[in-house]
Design a protein around this ligand. Sequence first.
Ligand SMILES: [Zn+2]
Length: 839
Amino acid sequence: MKDLIRLLILLLSINLIAQDYTVDLDYYLPKDVSYNKNIPVPKSVIGHEIGEWHITHDKLVQYMFALAASNDRIAIENRGTTFEGRPLLLLTITSPGNHGKLEQIRKNHLSLTETDSNNSNLKEMPVVVYQGFSIHGNEASGSNAAIVVAYYLAAAQGSKIDDLLDNTVILLDPSFNPDGLQRFAYWANIHKNKNINPDPNDREYNEVWPGGRTNHYWFDLNRDWLLAQLPESKVRINTFHNWYPNILTDHHEMGTNSTFFFQPGIPSRTHPLTPSKNQEITAGIAEFHAQALNKIGSLYYSKENFDDFYYGKGSTYPDINGGIGILFEQASSRGHAQESDNGILTFPFAIRNQFTAALSTLEAAVAMRQQLLKYQQDFFRDARKESSKSNTIVFGDEKDASRVYHLAEILQRHKIKIYELREDFSINGKTFKKGYSYVIPKKQKQHRLIKAMFEKRTTFKDSLFYDVSAWSLPLAFNMDYFEDTSKSRTGSIVSKLKKPDVILPQTSNYAYLMEWYDYNAPKALNKMLQKGLVVKVGLKPFSVENKPYDYGTILIPVQNQKIDVNELAEFIKQIAKENHIKITGVSTGLTEGIDLGSGNFKKLDAPKIALIVGQGITPYDAGEVWHLMDQRYNIQVTKLDTRTLNRVDLSRYTDIILPNCRVSALSKSVAEKLKTWVKNGGTLIGYKNAGKWFNSNELLKMKIKSVKDSAQNISYEQKGKYFGAKVIGGSIFETKLDRSHPIAFGYKNNRLPVFRNSTIFVEADKNSYNNPIQYTDNPLLSGYISKRNLEQLKNSAAFKISGLGKGKVIYFTDNTNFRAFWYGTNKLLMNAIFFGDKM
Ligand SMILES: [Zn+2]
């Protein structure tokens, strides 16, 4: 009895003694293997055990270079940099013998994807595995595990590793998101206690806005694989197409109380363009993960959530490129150890699961090597068979070479072959001009990917989506396009993409005119305004010197500027050249329509823009605006934090943008402050939920429809699905534009596709002139929406504006800047900024 009590006291006291949880490298590594002593262990370079601290990206880089230098299994390269200048490393790991003939192996491998590949030498060919980690920077167990994986592959000895390295080329991408990883490591490390405290309430486990998930401009990099707009993705996509990996793994983290997830995901939510064989192979690979996790006693599951629908994710992108994409999700310790439903979840435990799954992937790859290679060969062969011979897609916009260029750029990043248009032609009221249009033959290697990018889909097996249900690129770009069967339109192949040359304007003594169609027009205008020039916008169309000019044409008079005629001419030419934009010098003010001296030309002011960011604001939406201004248009924005909003002087700003937010994010006093600022002449621009806040604070009154219904014949088990089906995860809808309204300047068509991922429905105004952007009677273009929501959306307003004192309050129901690839609606925000006070 005495002993028992003593034991009990001992056990209790162990519980009370704070733990350290530090483990050494052996904890992670397979025990039945010996390791080369000449290979540096991580601690010898980074100064701590793996999992003891969160690896910072700079230490990760330091170790990887040291490791690569120590042996001949690893080649290391820096493929580019993040926005914050961090290197985007790739380690190519294979046997020294394979390294000696790597280029030959690569070419051989690529031949499987080429026309009528007869390569029957699958027995001899290595399999290619791309392993990527922590694309969400605050899901850090992945990148920390990547170090152990790299060490293992460099140092392990014996026939098993030799066999693995002989039969595999491993592309190890240790940190998909260096800026996010660094940001998160800083957070977790600065809060680490000597006596680790697993209390979830500790600050260590609760990041401040915007957190480490995203990249520099707060983008979710795991949505950008298809869109390829961000530097990290461009580099990755390049590596992908350089090798066409057979398996690509994407190591993530999920909620602390969960366990470990590996794909397959929910079967009914696989994209229909993905062959069913893909999911069979994924299930085959899954058996290796299960076995490996059984061995270390870790709980796991598959098939119950996550999906393979949106091709913009790392685990889905390979599925439309002849490979197998696999998602791993590890319960997150967030910091160093945290209480969970499964006991204390330590960081090392999370890292070990990731490491184990990384190794079981390689084991599966070796065992299933020939099957994977054969699948890849069949994928591309079948894809070619699916496409009829002469079909092409022609796309273009005779008014906007920049937008056309950016779409073509995406296609080229995915190694889709595009061709010049042989000669100009018109069809269905649209004109396609050489230099402003391209031709995509559908019969090519990337046939299926082209389909995935261009198709419109409105019927689905399932009504739930992990992410968006539509991303059709021509709609996102608001691009004229059509499918053609005439081969005669195809000109020469485009090897180096460039914008058509612009004819620079003649020096004028009178005025210059710039139409507002081009994607870069706002950038050009901003530069003129920042220079202090007098610049005006034409509110009506007109013709001068035999050329028609549309709504929103920019006028730069020559007289009474701060600079003389010649200096102005040079400056205007420079802008035209930089932006590939057409600017015309004219010699008369007399036009058909409004003369250049008319009161219908309104003077524009240089904008001083503030963007509200911080707690309560959706970081993605805010980051998209920041990125658009800073990267695309060179427009300076001040990021105003919600914490300081109450005490800053707003009078220095002409425009304030409030992205989607929690309605409770901003206080009553902030509302009053903004109201005063608007009354004094400011333009307040809000998105999505900001409208509800505008409405309740009487900044902008509108009727927001409320949809009330109750569940009928829905069981408790079906409850989640019932609510999920009401969500608009992201679909594309058609609006009609009133092109005479300044919000629609620069659009040549009177229909505009918009992206929507919310269920805010605003009643249209009873006066039609107050509805310049309105959903059509039959608005669904692509994606999923419930019948009830569709009814609400029909004919509702997408835009509201109201005067308040001397200023304006402007509201968009939907995000015009989604994921940096919605080039088609970016101009709406620029119109609100430059012309808001003219509306
Ligand atoms: Zn993630």
